[in-house]
Design a protein around this ligand. Structure first.
Ligand code: C2E
Ligand code: CA
Ligand code: CA
Ligand code: CA
Length: 279
């Protein structure tokens, strides 16, 4: 089964425990999981459509739970947000990702940028800016090596706080990527208020790009808007060559998806970069 909808996972979970028990089990094992290395990050490349070079890698959370097996990240984040564990978890994700980036750099593995997902609560919490600042300093990482991915709804509902956070992140040289663009309550005035460095077209658009004229018109407009705003554009969830080619024709700068590569363990990143360089 796909690890997408949490309801499906609950229904077909082999241990067959109820949703409440499962949620409690997850909550009570958070701390152990952090110290035990049950949680880990995988990395998915985002590549340039112009020349096939690697633009960045997105860090994605994984949990190999001893009782529950692989727990989908959307479920982990939801429960962490409700139980108040999201700040320590979010800090752990940032620490782990930046330690990984520093280690790649030490080994001469050329990862130019990491994209790190940040939850709404974490984004609005002051600890985000301080942990990012601390870790960038600790590892001697400069400007433009990290961007945080936030969903548009976060910023929409907390305009003042969001603008303040974005200012602080910009001062740190951290980019802001609007994730799942087109699925929330986005508007043009909103994009002006939140000067994102990157806009990510949600995979629900990518998946209908080839068959649906309305969708392809919308995607093309979003690409033009990003250009006009000086933001980078990334199309998510690219699975087929047909989608790839339509995006290329539209002048979409970057793509991410199973067609290029699935999220991979950190040790697979260097071989992947080498393979891309040879192609
Ligand atoms: P997202 O940020 O939109 O991440 C993209 C999701 O699409 C990932 O699922 C990725 O594995 C999947 N994906 C990538 N390419 C393709 C493709 O070609 N086809 C399809 N069908 N799927 C593709 P994943 O890793 O299960 O993550 C799901 C969501 O969980 C993420 O959506 C994000 O909202 C959240 N998440 C994951 N890791 C983290 C994290 O470290 N922190 C936070 N706050 N949220 C995270
Ligand atoms: Ca994301
Ligand atoms: Ca996304
Ligand atoms: Ca998503």
């Amino acid at each position: 089964a796909r690890h997408g909808g949490s309801n499906k996972i609950l229904l077909f979970d082999s241990s067959n425990i109820g949703a409440y028990t499962r949620s409690l089990e997850i909550q009570k094992s958070f701390r152990r999981a952090l110290s035990n290395d049950e949680l880990y990050l995988v990395y998915q490349p985002i590549v340039s459509l112009r020349d096939g070079s690697i633009r960045s890698f997105e860090a994605l959370l994984r949990w190999n739970h001893p009782k529950l097996g692989e727990v989908p990240p959307s479920e982990i984040i939801r429960i962490a947000e409700r139980s108040g564990f999201i700040i320590p978890l979010g800090n752990w994700i940032i620490s782990r990702a930046l330690a990984q980036l520093a280690s790649w750099h030490r080994d001469g593995v050329d990862v130019a940028m990491l994209s790190i997902n940040v939850s709404a609560i974490q984004f609005l919490d002051g600890s985000l800016v301080s942990i990012l600042g601390d870790k960038l300093r600790q590892y001697g990482l400069g400007n433009g090596v990290v961007e945080v991915e936030i969903t548009e709804t976060i910023a929409m509902t907390n305009v003042d706080e969001s603008q303040a956070q974005i200012e602080k992140l910009k001062d740190l040289g951290v980019g802001i990527s609007i994730d799942d663009f087109g699925t929330g309550y986005s508007s043009l005035s909103y994009l002006r208020k939140f000067p994102a460095t990157t806009i990510k077209i949600d995979q629900s658009f990518t998946s209908e790009l080839v068959e649906n004229v309305e969708v392809s018109t919308i995607v093309e407009s979003v690409i033009r808007i990003a250009d006009a705003l000086g933001a980078e554009i990334v199309a998510e969830g690219v699975e087929t060559i047909a989608q790839f080619e339509v995006l290329q024709r539209m002048g979409c700068a970057n793509v991410q998806g199973y067609l290029i590569a699935r999220p991979m363990l950190p040790e697979k990143v260097a071989p992947f970069i080498e393979k891309v360089a040879q192609d």
